[in-house]
Ligand binder design. Structure first.
Ligand code: SF4
Length: 158
C-alpha cells in the first residue's frame, strides 16, 4: 500500500502535476442538545446525495477529538449542558461552534421551561448561526461550506 502511494507520488512529480488539494475539508461533530429532531432530519439530508457534502470535503465525525466544528442543535437542556461542554473541551484548536436551528439560537421556539440551560451562545462561543425551524438542507450546506471557505454566506451571522 505504502509502495503504491510512493509510486503515485513519484509519478505525480515526474508528470509535474500540482499537488493534491487537501485544504478544503471540515470535520463536523454534531451534538443534539435537546432538539425535536426536526433539525437532525434536515442535517441528515445534507449528507445524502441531495447535497452530498462529502464531495466538498465535509464530513460528520463520531468523535469531538477529530472535529473542526461542533454543530449543536436544540435548545440546550440542563442534562446536556455537561456533555456539550465536555465535547467542546475535547476538540483540538482551532475549534469552532455552529448553532443549528432557531432553538439553538435561543429563539424560544419550544419556550423556556426550567429544564433548559439556555441557547448555545450562553455556554459556548458561537461562530456560525444557521437560523430556521428547521433550516433547510441547502441552507445548512451553504453555511457549512462558507465556514470551509472562510466566507460569510447569508446564513452566517456574527
Ligand atoms: S429549531 Fe425547530 S426543528 Fe429545530 S429543534 Fe427547534 S423546534 Fe425542532
Amino acid at each position: 500500500m505504502f509502495a503504491l502511494l510512493r509510486d503515485l507520488r513519484h509519478l505525480r512529480r515526474s508528470l509535474a502535476l500540482p499537488p493534491p488539494d487537501r485544504g478544503r475539508s471540515l470535520a463536523v461533530r454534531h451534538v443534539d442538545a435537546g432538539s425535536c429532531n426536526g433539525c437532525e432530519h434536515e442535517l441528515t439530508l445534507t449528507a445524502s446525495p441531495f447535497c452530498d457534502l462529502a464531495r466538498f470535503g465535509l464530513g460528520i465525525v463520531a468523535s469531538p477529538r477529530h472535529a473542526d466544528v461542533l454543530l449543536v442543535s436544540g435548545a440546550v437542556t440542563r442534562r446536556m449542558r455537561e456533555p456539550l461542554l465536555t465535547a467542546y473541551a475535547a476538540m483540538p484548536e482551532p475549534r469552532r461552534v455552529a448553532a443549528l436551528g432557531d432553538c439553538a439560537l435561543g429563539r424560544e421556539v419550544l419556550g423556556m421551561p426550567d429544564d433548559l440551560a439556555g441557547p448555545v451562545e450562553d455556554l459556548l462561543p458561537v461562530d456560525l448561526r444557521i437560523p430556521g425551524c428547521p433550516p433547510p438542507p441547502d441552507a445548512i450546506a451553504e453555511a457549512l461550506l462558507g465556514l470551509v471557505d472562510g466566507r460569510q454566506g447569508p446564513t452566517l451571522i456574527r
